[in-house]
Design a protein. Structure first.
Length: 347
């Protein structure tokens, strides 16, 4: 385990200084989702030497972060930390955690500059993401991570630590690389494939089972796309394994979430007010709430927009006093491609 960690440290330390400081990869697996305009506007104010060292696979910055405490796992050289710093505002706080002292040193070297430009609300912690002992229980509103959890040899412990530090109603929102089957040992231990986020990619069904063990009996995919490799040598090593880049949303709601979608006759209306979501709000990849339009939802989806920081932006009709059975048409069986409640499919 320590060998894997040291390999990853060495790989990313070298990557962050290659090619004049820009990140250099052997594959195209780590692409990025298109960013909303309000985040692009913030990104334009972050120095290029920070953004050029970015090595993520998505856009794990959910909306409505004002005043939140945000924890970035595997923050690297700090791009997403500084984006979040602006988005949480002067009343918020951002904590970046990384095991790599070289990358943290670079992130910290810009801390004073970014505090003057945005807000003095950032701190960095050197630690493994499976050991968040520096973070108190129930103290974090939102945990984000950008293509880093796959690098951990102790993934279930990572999610248990996330569950511990999140407040009730808090959100885990992360992007990572997943696989359509269990990755063989020889791939998992290959230093290049591990560093390229392929060796440690989670099999989607094992991920679903692991989340349920930790406490997340329901979570949602925000997006999913094929993770291309475009490197013949790497393609030969991974064979027929199909990789995907996915963004995941999960809320810590232990008293209300159920392992399938249940029907309580509830309806929710998005009233607007969230920056970047002026006309509609996407709860996940198949729930779009158009402003002022009622949407029938299952109990879990209702809890997501009622019992979290999004509650002030929604009007909810109905409660759980009457149960009508499973939500019809929901397809409650879990599915790799999002055909079930657990892991991306609902209602």
């Amino acid at each position: 385990m320590s060998d894997i960690r040291e390999q990853v440290k060495e790989y990313y330390s070298k990557m962050s200084v290659d090619n004049g400081g820009e990140m250099v990869t052997h594959t195209c697996s780590c692409g990025t989702d298109s960013l909303p305009q309000y985040i692009k506007d913030v990104l334009a104010d972050i120095p290029e030497e920070i953004t050029s060292r970015f090595y993520g696979c998505g856009s794990p910055l959910p909306p409505a972060l004002e005043g939140c405490t945000v924890l970035d796992l595997g923050c690297g050289t700090g791009r997403d930390v500084y984006l979040a710093s602006k988005l949480v505002g002067p009343e918020g706080r951002v904590i970046g955690v990384d095991m790599n002292p070289d990358q943290l040193a670079f992130a910290k070297s810009h801390q004073a500059e970014m505090a003057a430009k945005f807000y003095d609300n950032v701190e960095f912690v050197e630690s493994y993401i499976e050991d968040l002992s520096a973070i108190p229980d129930g103290s974090v509103d939102v945990v984000i991570s950008n293509c880093v959890i796959n690098l951990s040899p102790m993934k279930e412990q990572v999610f248990r630590e996330i569950w511990r530090v999140l407040k009730i109603g808090g959100e885990l929102y992360f992007a990572d690389i997943f696989a359509d089957r269990r990755v063989p040992k020889e791939i998992n231990e290959n230093p290049i494939l591990l560093g390229e986020c392929l060796g440690g990619a989670m099999y989607v069904e094992d991920f679903r089972r692991m989340m349920a063990r930790v406490g997340w009996v329901d979570f949602r995919y925000m997006s999913s796309s094929a993770a291309t490799i475009d490197n013949p040598e790497v393609e030969a090593l991974v064979g027929n394994i199909q990789f995907s880049s996915r963004t995941v949303r999960a809320f810590k709601l232990p008293d209300t979430l159920e392992d399938i979608c249940e029907q309580y006759g509830q309806t929710a209306i998005y009233r607007g007010g969230i920056e970047g979501c002026e006309n509609y709000f996407d709860l996940d990849d198949h729930h779009r709430f158009f402003k002022d339009l009622r949407l029938d939802v299952c109990g879990n989806s209702c809890s997501y927009v009622q019992d979290t920081r999004f509650g002030k932006y929604f009007t909810v009709y109905g409660d759980r006093s009457i149960h009508f059975g499973p939500y019809e048409g929901c397809g409650n069986a879990p599915s790799v491609d999002g055909g079930g409640c657990c892991g991306g499919g609902c209602c």
